[in-house]
Design a protein around this ligand. Structure first.
Ligand SMILES: Nc1ncnc2c1ncn2[C@@H]1O[C@H](COP(=O)(O)OP(=O)(O)OP(=O)(O)O)[C@@H](O)[C@H]1O
Length: 262
């Protein structure tokens, strides 16, 4: 279980996170929604133990994350960063294989089983055809797919993904979230991610955290949190929320309001 308790964080003297508390329920997909710069990536890096908070605690299965070695932590937490640059032309297969590092014995190196796992995620994400290509020769969206494959290959019990749909085409956004949902539900994993599209959050996530100016302003189940009023408040927009049927809702912006706004 991942528990975040009273996190405060500053870059220099700029206060970014102003007392963040939440618990990610086991086997649920939790999603952060919030404007650019509201602190989502900073918080996910703190949840991973990449950044150390000024105040507060991140507990993973009851233990302070900062007291666990990077390798121990990486066995439990899979991470897909928002962006990642590799300047050496590693082949895609090897980049995804890096995701197996926490499970690999330093002396023996990766085993056949690790290679099988890598191949399975390349197939699941439909990028097997890229496996021998240099990472540096890929498009932005292809690179993102490879980074997601690398994160999934890590096979942590908690998966943290910072904007996994950014720079992906419409189909790949749906593919990635469907795969994440399938893995989470079939293998009992917990997922914490950030998204910019509340419609995708409605489709794929269970718990929603609305973040603004370094604070969680609302949290709870998606039905309770993704409401017309809350989304309008979060983004300072006028929107409509349409019930398509009993199961599906759809958010769309009021175009006349946009013309007056921008
Ligand atoms: N390394 C850094 N040094 C200084 N300030 C930073 C650094 N990284 C981020 N910030 C600032 O911290 C604030 C929060 O950034 P963060 O990346 O966490 O926001 P975000 O909600 O993830 O935004 P986005 O939706 O644009 O990815 C922003 O004002 C940003 O300018």
């Amino acid at each position: 279980m991942l528990k975040i308790d009273n996190i405060h964080f500053s870059y220099g003297d700029k206060e970014i996170l102003k007392g963040i508390d939440f618990t990610l329920t086991d086997n649920k997909i939790g999603c952060f929604l919030g404007p650019n710069g509201s602190g989502k990536s900073t918080l996910l890096k703190i949840a991973m133990g990449i950044l150390e908070p000024k105040e507060g605690l991140v507990e993973l299965n009851g233990l302070n994350i900062l007291n666990q070695s990077f390798k121990e932590r990486s066995k439990i937490l899979s991470y897909v960063p928002q962006e990642f640059s590799i300047n050496f032309p590693y082949e895609v297969f090897d980049v995804v294989l890096m995701g197996r590092n926490p499970h690999v014995n330093f002396i023996e190196g990766p085993k056949k089983e690790d290679e099988k796992i890598v191949l399975s995620y390349l197939k699941l994400l439909k990028i097997e055809h890229l496996k021998d290509k240099p990472f540096t020769h890929l498009s932005g969206g292809q690179k993102k797919m490879v980074l997601i494959a690398r994160g999934l290959a890590q096979e942590g019990e908690v998966m943290i993904l910072d904007e996994p749909t950014a720079s992906l085409d419409f189909r790949n956004q749906l593919l990635v979230l469907t795969v994440i949902e399938k893995i989470a539900k079939s293998l009992n994993k917990s997922v914490l991610l950030s998204l910019h599209d509340p419609n995708l959050a409605l489709m794929f996530c269970d718990e929603i955290f609305l973040m603004k100016d370094g604070k969680i302003i609302k949290k709870g189940g998606k039905e309770e949190i993704i409401t017309k009023e809350n989304i309008m408040q979060l983004y300072n927009l006028k929107i409509d929320l349409i019930n398509i049927d009993n199961k599906n809702k759809f958010i769309f912006p009021d175009k006349e309001f946009l013309k007056s706004l921008f």
